[in-house]
Design a protein around this ligand. Structure first.
Ligand code: ADP
Ligand code: MG
Length: 575
């Protein structure tokens, strides 16, 4: 928590002002009962009207001053807390954005969302409380004791008796409540997880008639959260009235014993009234401390969760002194590359060696799970190699900035991701300042013009969140256009034609050819007809290269390739 609060540094001025304002407010609160005692014991007793008016007016002034200070203090501290929340969310977002895929896998999307929203809100709310109460509570408590003792010392024992009782009650509540607070956020995570899975997987849920089970799963998580919240509220429900009861009993005791002293002539009525008020102020300050003790651990849990994200060591970082590549041509070289997913026993790639030059089409073929996507993920540096090195333009990808590296790459991922916005926006994602002509051109190359023109708003047709309102093949083509508009040195098509029909596929590849002829092109595909004209075909089998060469060469040298071919092409095509 402390670490998080360091972020408050830029609000030092506001916080200082808040503290000063709160000081003034507390002092005015503490002074008022004494003045009131004077009015009663001096003014009323002597029937001195002008004294009463004078002191009364003074009281009004002080009260007004205190109130104004309180208003400003609350306003400023809320403003600070909200700004602080914004800052933390910003930090979180920036951090998460720089996560490697591995770190995403580790934490999970659901919890990252809760942490960025709900956890920050928890911390933010508490920071307002802490800001005001950390000053007000101790000051009122200590000041109250001093002022009370100035009125009368012999009633002080009542307060001395009450305080331990109060602490006992609070302690018991904390003992019961803390574990509940701790699990609250986890339960919220769980709920978010179930909800997210259901929302994104709604089609599967329906298709497999799992709605009832999913409802149960959601209800479980929901009820779990509710139970926990109810238990917490139950503790609160008992705690608050108990505190009030203790306070009221204190008042009764004070009046009882005070009356005896007044009867004996040892104390004046005004003094007793003031004493009662001070006693209340002291107990209220304790209550505030309790609130702090309840809220802080809750926020502490959230703060730890936030820090966990902020403190995550990034696997993939930019080098301190990034190298510049001399020639920007898109030369890709794998030197003895091995790679293993974190926690996996088997390497996903083993001793990969090859070189892909500009103007060449390198196809990668192999069964599912053979490591094709993994291989291209190393070029974009989504993961770092375990041993060996991946060189782009002669420089290890770990020695240039990720920004510089990825600027050279146009990736069409296996799983198409589009963003909400128009089709044009999505294509422009590849290049911010792409002109309308450029967009139309790449859409034409990607064979997307036909279906885009059929839409009423054409390029302005808005794509729903996750691209659910267009077909898989249409998404793939927009995704291809998005990569094309970058005019990158390196193209990576990861199974990017899988959702296209045969005719569109052929047309697209014909149109693509002149566009990408200068670049280094990687084409991952399942079908031999797609890869057979490649300059180089890399055959992957269980993470290892079992052959590199042209279609013809591989037919004579590579058994795995022959098997793939045999399973797809007819005898005459083989010849
Ligand atoms: P392909 O693209 O050839 O179908 P992948 O490169 O996606 O295959 O996967 C290669 C192997 O790595 C598979 O055995 C797969 O289970 C594993 N793998 C892929 N992604 C991950 C990941 N994020 N974490 C752990 N293992 C993974
Ligand atoms: Mg793949």
């Amino acid at each position: 928590m402390i670490k998080l609060f360091r972020l408050l540094k830029q609000y030092t001025v506001q916080i200082a002002v808040v503290i000063v304002l709160l000081f003034i407010q507390v002092f005015s609160d503490l002074y008022l009962p004494t003045l009131m005692a004077d009015i009663v014991d001096i003014g009323l007793v002597n029937k001195d009207v002008s004294y009463i008016i004078e002191i009364g007016g003074f009281m009004l002034l002080i009260a007004a001053g205190g109130t104004i200070c309180a208003i400003f203090a609350t306003y400023l501290s809320s403003q600070t807390a909200v700004g602080f929340g914004k800052l933390v969310r910003e930090k979180l977002f920036t951090k998460v954005a720089s996560f490697s895929l591995h770190e995403f896998d580790q934490l999970g999307t659901a919890t990252l969302i809760t942490r960025t929203t709900n956890d920050v809100t928890q911390v933010q709310q508490v920071s307002v409380l802490i800001l005001s109460m950390m000053v007000t509570a101790p000051l009122t408590g200590i000041g109250g004791i001093v002022m009370a003792l100035r009125q009368d010392t012999s009633l002080a024992w009542i307060i001395v008796v009450v305080i331990p009782i109060l602490f006992g009650v609070i302690g018991a509540a904390l003992f019961k409540g803390l574990p509940l607070f701790k699990v609250m956020q986890e339960k919220l995570d769980k709920l978010n997880l179930v909800l997210r899975e259901n929302l994104t997987g709604i089609r599967v849920v329906r298709a497999f008639n799992r709605l009832d089970q999913e409802k149960l799963r959601f209800n479980d998580a929901n009820a779990d959260l509710m139970d926990n919240a109810i238990k917490i509220n139950l503790i609160m429900a008992v705690l608050m009235p108990t505190m009030m009861l203790i306070m009221n009993l204190t008042t009764v005791a004070l009046i009882w014993f005070g009356a005896i002293r007044i009867d004996n002539g040892d104390m004046q009525i005004g003094s007793l009234l003031a004493f009662i008020q001070y006693a209340m102020q002291i107990l209220f300050s304790l209550l505030m401390l309790v609130m702090l003790f309840i809220m802080v651990p809750r926020a502490q849990v959230s703060a730890v969760r936030i820090n966990e994200v902020l403190d995550t060591n990034l696997d993939i970082r930019d080098p301190e002194i990034p190298k510049q590549t001399e020639k920007e041509q898109g030369l890709v070289e794998f030197k003895n590359v091995s790679f293993r997913y974190p926690g996996a026993d088997q390497p996903a790639l083993l001793n990969i060696n090859f070189c892909a030059k500009p103007g060449e089409l390198t196809a990668i073929i192999g069964g599912t799970g053979s490591g094709k996507s993994t291989l291209v993920n190393l070029i974009t540096r989504f993961y770092d190699v375990e041993s060996g090195s991946v060189l782009v333009d002669g420089v290890d990808v770990r020695e240039v900035t990720q920004q510089a590296l990825r600027a050279k790459i146009g990736l069409v991922p296996q799983k198409t991701v589009l963003f909400s916005g128009s089709i044009a926006d999505n294509i422009k994602y590849g290049k911010k300042d792409a002109s309308l002509e450029e967009i139309e051109h790449v859409a034409h190359v990607a064979q997307a013009t036909d279906f885009i023109n059929e839409m009423k708003q054409g390029f302005d047709h808005s794509i729903a969140q996750g691209g659910t309102n267009i077909s898989g093949g249409q998404k793939q083509r927009i995704s291809i256009a998005r990569a094309l508009v970058r005019k990158p040195k390196i193209y990576i098509f990861d199974d990017s034609f899988s959702a296209l029909d045969f005719k569109t596929d052929a047309k697209l590849r014909a149109a693509l050819k002149p566009e990408i002829s200068e670049s280094t092109v990687f084409l991952i595909a399942q079908s031999v007809s797609t890869v057979r004209y490649a300059d180089r075909i890399i055959v992957l089998d269980q993470g290892q290269i079992s052959g590199v060469g042209t279609h013809k060469e591989l037919l004579s040298t590579c058994k795995v390739y022959r098997e793939i071919v045999a399973s797809q092409l007819s005898e005459e095509e083989l010849a």
